[in-house]
Write a protein that binds this ligand. Structure first.
Ligand SMILES: [Zn+2]
Length: 149
């Protein structure tokens, strides 16, 4: 069975999502395999299996928000011009990914973690209020337009 594609903002969000899903039998999921399919959008595929009954579940995540935008074309060019093998292509993809930098959501989470490490409870409380405010606004907007998410 396949779930997705689910739009995400960073890789951590993918693992966070999977950690909250349980198998039909109630078992937790183990991550088995992860690979990226380059396309529009780029999709990160993660195969899991249930710790209890072994049932397999595939997750697909739409990573277009933070995956390098020109990657599809670049991959084609690399294949065509250099005729490199799969291993070198994987290296090239890793290099492109690292050039794309840290996704914004990862930077936000790192910033919040920094506040926590500095014991700045006041700042964390402020951010919590901001998130609660925008979550409420977003929910009101959804119900106003009749969108079900
Ligand atoms: Zn199970």
């Amino acid at each position: 069975m396949t779930i997705g594609p689910i739009p995400v903002h960073c890789i951590s969000q993918e693992y966070w999502y999977i950690s909250r899903v349980r198998c039909e039998c109630g078992g937790k999921l183990d991550t088995r395999l992860q690979f990226v399919t380059v396309g529009t959008p780029a999709v990160d595929v993660i195969d899991t299996s249930c710790q209890r009954c072994g049932k397999e579940l595939r997750f697909e995540f739409d990573i277009g928000r933070f995956y390098p935008g020109d990657l599809t074309m670049d991959t084609k060019m690399v294949r065509l011009l250099e005729r490199i093998d799969e291993e070198r292509l994987a290296d090239k993809l890793r290099e492109l990914w690292s050039q794309a930098g840290t996704p914004p959501m990862d930077r936000v989470v790192a910033y919040i973690r920094g506040l926590s490490e500095e014991h700045d409870a006041f700042a964390l409380e402020y951010l919590q209020a901001c998130i609660a405010h925008f979550a409420k606004e977003s929910a009101q907007r959804s119900s106003a337009t009749g969108t079900i998410e």
